[in-house]
Design a protein around this ligand. Sequence first.
Ligand code: HPA
Length: 271
Amino acid sequence: MTLQQRLAETTAFIHKKGVDKVDFGLILGSGLGELAEEIEDKIVIPYEEIPHFSVSTVVGHAGQLVYGTLSGKKVLAMQGRFHFYEGHSMQVVTYPVRVMSALKAHSLIVTNACGGVNESFKPGDLMLITDHINFMGTNPLIGKNEEEIGPRFPDMSQAYNLAYRQVAKQVAQQKGLHLKEGVYMGFTGPTYETPAEIRFARTIGADAVGMSTVPEVIVAVHSGLKVLGISCITNLAAGMQANLNHEEVVETTERVKAEFKELIKSTLTAL
Ligand code: HPA
């Protein structure tokens, strides 16, 4: 079955559930899943019901699509994403972005939790993603290209839409929210990085490191979606603090989630 045939089945199912116009796709990373609860006139579809979807295995990720109105926009949110480190193929990890595009979303807002590499960052900072480094050793577009969906050699010169970044910065300023900016470097995980890897990451221009986002953004760009990416720096990266653990990541997302939600909602209003 081709990608387009699978997408036709998935979108037919999602339409049957009552999903209609989609403006923005949303990927809600660790700690931000709660934002889906604020979506009005919700339609909730668990991943396990959706043809050609996989299921997420990470604790704390709900695993459902939530459709409705947020900040006056029609959104289709992923409450929980698929990670490469779970053993999913890159095609599985990025399939929901294909679905958003097939449902005619014009933009994707992607969020994540990540480690701060830039020495001026603190845990709890929010970072506007300006660009990324794909260090995952593979690419979701490897394989036969379906020209109807996107080009063989997509231009990544402005993967994170400049106009959207300007809007997010303006909104943050108006709301008195501190918003850092930087380059996100994607590792596969599931190990956190070593201190040597973090020194390397800093040397080559990374400001933050994480285990998601890069595949989804590559596919979003391939599909012609405009992307806005916002990270929550949950910890300083390896070698910059005593040790790393998932509990700290969860604690930090809990601590800043009100601010994170506010930034996303206000930016969505302004876009
Ligand atoms: N490294 C990779 N992924 C992460 C980190 C980190 O330090 N913190 C949260 N996600």
